[in-house]
Unconditional design. Structure first.
Length: 304
């Protein structure tokens, strides 16, 4: 018997029919633990759940696989017990996140915040925007999200430039940023959060960007230095569109709320109606693989 722990009844519904020999335990990581939890070998936690992981792992001593429904692993990977395989949902949310990245770029280029404010005040206020034709868009991160963002930009006749940790065919290395940034009309951050990427977009990075350029962050807030971005926004030299920030959630009264030249969304990129079904389609396939003794997809760390 394989015992799989799911976070709630909605997850049970989304997972659908189970392979033979699989039993479900529902536990959201809080409160009393179900009796069968101790037998769990396959765990799907709440998305973004990283609180008291040692205690949760202790409650599942036979755990062999921790399957996430999101892509971020930065708060989990260093706490993984020996013998537990961590898998993320790489590729599941890439389409919706890349779509928001494109929407934020277009909204900023075409001055939609200005027009929405004018509409709310009943003003017919025409201002000049810009399009994406021939615009150079530097995309930090050449994984699934970076590739999906580039694919959505090409039909607009923009020129996406992918940047990875090291150069390979058709992709620039991160060491080339000092020469790439001055020519970029837009910079999109799609990098995972690691010790190397934390604070990567700092004052020196932003200073290399051209006047009037746009910074878009759909990755993790800690990749970008908030104070440095605020300084550039306040002077009006740069524009930004941020779906993720540091700190998050953004507290009331924080200067980002009223910063000029900024579009701010509340970590909304992956929050679409299809997110749950897509994530649990992956979970179902991973559970089938696990029961059959097959190799798992999206393995981040560990091994069972």
């Amino acid at each position: 018997m394989t015992v799989v722990c799911l976070p709630d009844d909605n997850a049970v519904r989304l997972l659908g029919d189970l392979p033979d020999g699989v039993e479900v335990v529902v536990w959201d990581g809080t409160g009393d633990t179900p009796a069968k939890l101790v037998e769990t070998t396959f765990w799907v936690p709440q998305i973004e759940d990283s609180e008291d992981l040692p205690g949760k792992f202790a409650a599942m001593p036979h755990l062999r696989v921790m399957q996430l429904t999101g892509a971020g692993v930065e708060d989990i990977v260093d706490q993984l017990p020996e013998g537990v395989t961590l898998c993320n949902a790489r590729g599941v949310h890439g389409s919706s996140v890349a779509e928001l990245a494109l929407a934020l770029i277009l909204a900023s280029q075409r001055r939609l915040p200005h027009f929405l404010a004018a509409q709310a005040e009943g003003r017919w206020d025409l201002v000049e925007g810009d399009d994406l034709v021939d615009k150079r868009v530097v995309i930090l991160g050449a994984g699934d999200l970076g590739e999906q963002t580039a694919r959505r930009l090409r039909p607009f006749d923009a020129e996406p430039v992918l940047v990875a940790s090291s150069a390979r065919d058709g992709i620039h290395g991160i060491d080339e940023l000092p020469t790439l940034l001055p020519d970029a009309d837009v910079v999109v951050v799609t990098l995972p959060l690691t010790p190397e990427t934390t604070g990567l977009v700092d004052a020196a990075f932003l200073a290399r960007m051209a006047d009037g350029a746009l910074l878009v962050n759909v990755a993790r807030g800690k990749v970008v230095d908030t104070d440095a971005v605020l300084a550039e926004l306040t002077t009006g030299r740069l524009r930004a569109a941020l779906d993720v920030v540091e700190p998050e959630p953004l507290p009331a009264g924080h200067p980002l709320w009223t910063a000029p030249n900024l579009i701010l969304t509340p970590h909304a990129a992956g929050h679409v109606k299809a997110a749950g079904p897509r994530a649990f389609a992956l979970v179902a396939d991973q559970l089938r693989r696990f029961v059959a003794g097959e190799e798992l997809a999206n393995v981040i760390s560990g091994g069972y």
